[in-house]
Design a protein around this ligand. Structure first.
Ligand code: FE2
Length: 372
């Protein structure tokens, strides 16, 4: 609750009943006026341009009215009201901004018996369960669904229910399939190190879904590594290597008869305050570095140290997908791979698709506001 407001130089200071005060710059307050002349009441879209505002708006009066602040702007005949809860939720002080930051759960091998998971029929039927599942997915960067019907194409049905399937040159979905081949008994299908899928796309797919239809072949367990935790580990042990991988771009490339896909990005992306926001790691599709000569060897030193951290057993989560299981991964965080398997001793069939992250996050937020 608001205790009092005071006009100070360039900003309004709001003192709270609970103690402390927050400062809100006048131009920011004026720009965020929510009156029907300033914002479309139907959708909250701003109805004026930044250049329509005075460069230095000043209040002629600012008062606390119940749990709101009312500001009459000097020279404009315009009055704005700001609810106390809205101001508190947008407090620009360092402590308040730290509280608002996305709080992620870093994980590794230790959560093998405590996976973020749900039953698909319950998620479909119960909005509260769907909200819980989507929150767990957002916090961990992956989550597992059980009891998804054993029918081809279900992976895209799940994708379109939680968000929007992203169609690529591989189509709406793709098959990862291996059938027993008696002529090839000695061959073991290769292990795959953990990676980001398709970093040669711009943007890189946000989420990957993998639905297990058959798991008869021994081996082929799914490996997951928290790329954000690994990046933080690199920053802790070798800050200079973290900086190199955060600023130097790496080109990725994929080409076949009908496609030529290229994108360049740093292996680690961070926001302006240094919080890791994305990891792009894919040994198979990384292309030749295109950097000044003096940066090349330092980059490889950093890359190899990061690759070594990604292989550490403490960070590696192993999941045996059974038929009907569907794994959802944030592609730029939960790096995935698999152990080797023996294709001569059983069928293995997964179907996958990509889903844009914004649609799934939007669905979670809508559920958060509408589900008690
Ligand atoms: Fe992959």
């Amino acid at each position: 609750m608001i205790k009092s407001v005071t006009a100070v130089e360039g900003a309004l200071s709001v003192a709270w009943d609970a103690g402390g005060a927050s400062r809100f710059p006048y131009l920011w307050l004026r720009d965020n006026c929510t009156c029907p002349l300033c914002r479309d009441p139907r959708n909250g879209q701003r109805l004026f341009d930044a250049l329509d505002l005075p460069a230095e708006p000043r209040p002629s009066r600012a008062t606390a009215e119940g749990d709101a602040v009312s500001v009459l702007w000097s020279g404009e005949k315009h009055e704005s009201r700001y609810a106390g809860g809205w101001l508190a939720a947008h407090d620009p002080s360092p402590a308040a901004r730290a509280r608002r930051r996305r709080h992620l759960t870093h994980w590794g091998a230790e959560i093998a018996n405590d996976l973020p998971q749900a039953d698909w029929p319950r998620v479909l039927a119960e909005p509260v369960e769907e909200r819980r599942f989507l929150k767990a997915l957002a916090a961990h960067g992956f989550a597992l669904l059980h009891r998804v019907p054993l029918e081809p194409g279900q992976v895209a049905t799940v994708g379109d229910r939680l968000g929007h399937v992203r169609v690529t040159n591989y189509g709406r979905l793709f098959d990862v399939i291996s059938v027993p081949n008696p002529n090839n008994l000695a061959n073991t299908a290769m292990a795959l190190g953990v990676h980001t899928d398709n970093p040669y796309r711009d943007p890189t797919p946000g989420l990957q879904l993998l639905h297990c239809l058959e798991a008869g072949a021994p081996g082929g367990d799914t490996l997951l590594v928290d790329g954000f935790r690994a990046a933080e580990e690199l920053r802790r042990r070798h800050p200079e290597d973290f900086s190199l991988l955060s600023c130097l771009p790496l080109p990725f490339h994929f080409a076949d008869a009908s496609a030529d896909l290229r994108a360049a990005t740093s292996i680690i992306s961070s926001d302006f305050e240094g919080q890791v926001t994305a990891v792009h790691f894919n040994n198979r599709s990384m292309s030749a570095l295109d950097l000044p000569e003096e940066d090349i060897l330092p980059w490889y030193r950093a890359y190899r140290r990061f690759a070594a951290i990604l292989r550490e057993p403490a960070g590696e989560l192993r999941i045996r997908l059974d038929p009907g299981d569907l794994l959802i991964m944030e592609n730029n965080r939960a790096l995935h791979g698999r152990t080797a398997f023996d294709p001569s001793r059983g069928r293995r069939h997964l179907q996958g698709c990509y889903v844009d992250k914004d649609g799934v996050e939007s669905r979670r937020r809508v559920l958060e506001r509408s589900v008690a």
